[in-house]
Design a protein around this ligand. Structure first.
Ligand SMILES: [Zn+2]
Length: 153
């Protein structure tokens, strides 16, 4: 079959078994490294664009609005606001969950961007609510260092 022909029937598909020696290393980038190291310390880091006078969450090393290089990084203390939320009834493999997971886009007023993370499954939380991150005791520099966000006390 010439290369430019389209496969129209599944029976026309051929399988070639074997291994392809491919490897890769994914880096989180300079801004991501600051963000994940901050999580390891129990902090949420953002970058501060001195030109726009604005905080960007998660941190970037260049401002996406004015293209200035950013060299100032700050601890973002909040208030963290639920900007949007949804519930998932399936895990990443498509298996039903015992209890739905609440997932939200969490932002900070006057800051650009936000974090997508889980919400406290045992608390009623809605869009616009002020929440706070609950960090795990043992942190490794991962988004999972935050257990979830729950209503701020
Ligand atoms: Zn800027």
């Amino acid at each position: 079959m010439p290369f430019k022909d389209f496969i129209e029937r599944l029976s026309d598909v051929k399988v070639q078994k074997g291994d392809i020696p491919v490897w890769w290393l994914y880096t989180v980038g300079n801004g991501g490294e600051i963000f994940y190291n901050g999580l390891k310390e129990g902090k949420i880091k953002g970058s501060y664009c001195e030109n726009c006078e604005s905080i960007i969450l998660p941190p970037r090393i260049y401002c996406e609005d004015c293209f200035e290089r950013i060299e100032k990084f700050v601890d973002v203390e909040g208030p963290f606001v639920v900007l949007a939320m949804t519930q998932s009834y399936l895990d990443l493999d498509g298996n039903p969950l015992d209890k739905p997971q609440k997932i939200a886009l969490i932002g900070v007023p006057d800051a650009k961007g936000g974090i997508i993370h889980f919400l406290d499954p045992d608390t009623e939380i809605d869009t616009g609510d002020i929440v706070e991150p609950i960090f795990n005791e043992d942190r490794v520099g991962s988004l999972k260092d935050i257990k979830y966000f729950t209503i701020k006390k």
